[in-house]
Write a protein that binds this ligand. Sequence first.
Ligand code: MN
Ligand code: MN
Length: 295
Amino acid sequence: MYRPLSRVLGLALLTSCVVSCSKNEVAPTVAPTAAPRTADATATRDSHLALGNPSGATTNSANYWNYLVSKPQYAMSYHRDRGTPNWVSWHLSSAWLGSTPRQDNFAPDNSLPTGWYRVSSTSYTGSGFDRGHQCPSADRTGSVADNSATFLMSNMIPQAPNNNQRTWASLENYCRTLVDAGNELYIICGSYGKGGTGSNGYATTLDAGRVTVPARVWKVIVVLPNGSGDATRVTTGTRVIAINTPNDNSLSTTWGSYRTTVDAIESATGYDLLSAVSASVQSVVEARVDSGPTS
Ligand code: MN
Ligand code: MN
């Protein structure tokens, strides 16, 4: 219950300020001893592509391998014939977090172009792979609409259960602790290659070939203190976490052991990540392997 408590504390501080700062009151001469939760006071919902569009995805459906899907909750490049996103990018700050419970309402994404196969809630059934959220349910708890958007099947990849439920989940939880500490994050994750090992063994596709099982699952996280003008605030000192994991049920549960460079992910995928950040800053932060805490 860490988050609800902290949010209540933030509200309490705000309320006390409203009361003590109302007219006819003498302005306090001493700052409160407890620092205000700047996370809640200054957090906003920012553009999911503020740091760039990694593959130059557009809404031209002729480009069925790199089709831009832009929603209030996240943006992605979708690949019609893989039946999965190539990458999903989203902003995370406390402004996205509330108390909406997990909806579990997996559904086809009917925003995809007419005539495209819509992966359904049962496309993965019995496969030995999880419906692995890219933008996680727990990152979008501000409303039922926000949380439901994460359950669209366009936001899923076939992910080995131990990857999804252990390694990946622990990194997702860590990201939210960074938000609790007053940061906003830009998160881009994706997958590539073909063939993974789930709880029923190796597979290359599901749903009669309409969904590709990726071989690798990667994620890049840019950590900034809450603020505005985010792309220009990324400096050579900004923490950037990049991981690249095998889509294999036997992987390590420790996400930190999969840390790599953004440059390595760019080489493997052909994308330009963080392209809205100045080239000189990219060259430094994209070449560095994160060595920060993992919990
Ligand atoms: Mn911001
Ligand atoms: Mn780059």
